[in-house]
Each structure stands twice: as C-alpha cells, then as structure tokens.
Design a binder for this molecule. Structure first.
Ligand code: HEC
Length: 110
C-alpha cells in the first residue's frame, strides 16, 4: 500500500512537468550551452542580457508548457530585444533531440 502511494506521488510529480534533476546530465548540458555561446548572455543565477536560468525555471515551475517554450526559444531563432535592439536569439549547436532536451531539462531544473 505504502509503495503504491509513493508511486502515485512520483507519477503526479512527473506528470506536472517537473524536470527530474536526477535525469539531467548537467555537465553535458553546460558544455553544450557554453559551446553554443548561451553563457555570454545567460548565467544560472544572475541576470545578464538574458534572464537567469533560475528565473526561467521559476517562471515555468508547475506549468506544463515550459519544455515546449524553452525548446522553441533555443531551437527556432526567435526575435528578441537586447537593450532595445532587435536581434535573433541563438540556437543550440546541436540537432540531437536528446541533447537539446537535456539542456531544456537542465535549465528548467536550476
Ligand atoms: C545575445 C544574447 C543571448 C544569447 C547568445 C542567448 N540568449 Fe537566451 N535570451 C536572451 C534574451 C534577451 C532573452 C529574453 C527574451 C525575451 O524575453 O523575449 C532570452 C531568453 C532565453 C530563455 C527564456 C525563454 C522563456 O520562455 O522565458 C531561455 C531558456 C534562453 N534564452 C536560453 C538560451 C540558450 C540555451 C542559449 C544558447 C543557445 C541562449 N539563450 C543564447 C539573450 C540571449
């Protein structure tokens, strides 16, 4: 009975879209973010030209569309404003869906 409650709790947490920190390869995510130039404009817990990843994680916490929104942001080159000037947001230097998802989960679990 107790195990069933635990399993139920775990599946509720997962279906809420919470990135499961244990599944994230943080060093691979950070390396790809660095290689892609993301860390020029983003830091984990400080605002630079772009929001801190902690802020993004907090913004999407408990929301089911976080993975979708962040994936679009870092794969489709949306328009952004940096100091009032329109620019194109960089995409990750990877086309591997697993590597991309790892970075998304990494950002959302900061
Ligand atoms: C030239 C500076 C710059 C670079 C380089 C950059 N970003 Fe951003 N990023 C921004 C700005 C500015 C915003 C805020 C855009 C907005 O609010 O419309 C942003 C927003 C984001 C968001 C928040 C999306 C949301 O829905 O809240 C994420 C996540 C993100 N960037 C990840 C990345 C990743 C990963 C990379 C590397 C592939 C990257 N950024 C490269 C400036 C940059």
């Amino acid at each position: 009975m107790f195990t069933r409650i635990l399993l139920l709790a775990a599946s509720v947490m997962l279906s809420a879209g919470a990135a499961h920190a244990a599944d994230v390869d943080a060093s691979a995510a950070e390396a790809l973010a660095k290689k892609s130039g993301c860390l020029k404009c983003h830091a984990i817990d400080k605002k630079r030209d772009g929001p801190a990843f902690k802020e993004t994680a907090a913004k999407y916490k408990g929301k089911s569309d976080g993975v979708d929104k962040v994936t679009k942001q870092i794969t489709t080159n949306p328009k952004i404003k940096v100091d009032g000037v329109e620019e194109t947001h960089d995409a990750l230097k990877s086309k591997d869906a697993k590597e991309i998802r790892n970075v998304v989960d990494w950002i959302l679990s900061r």
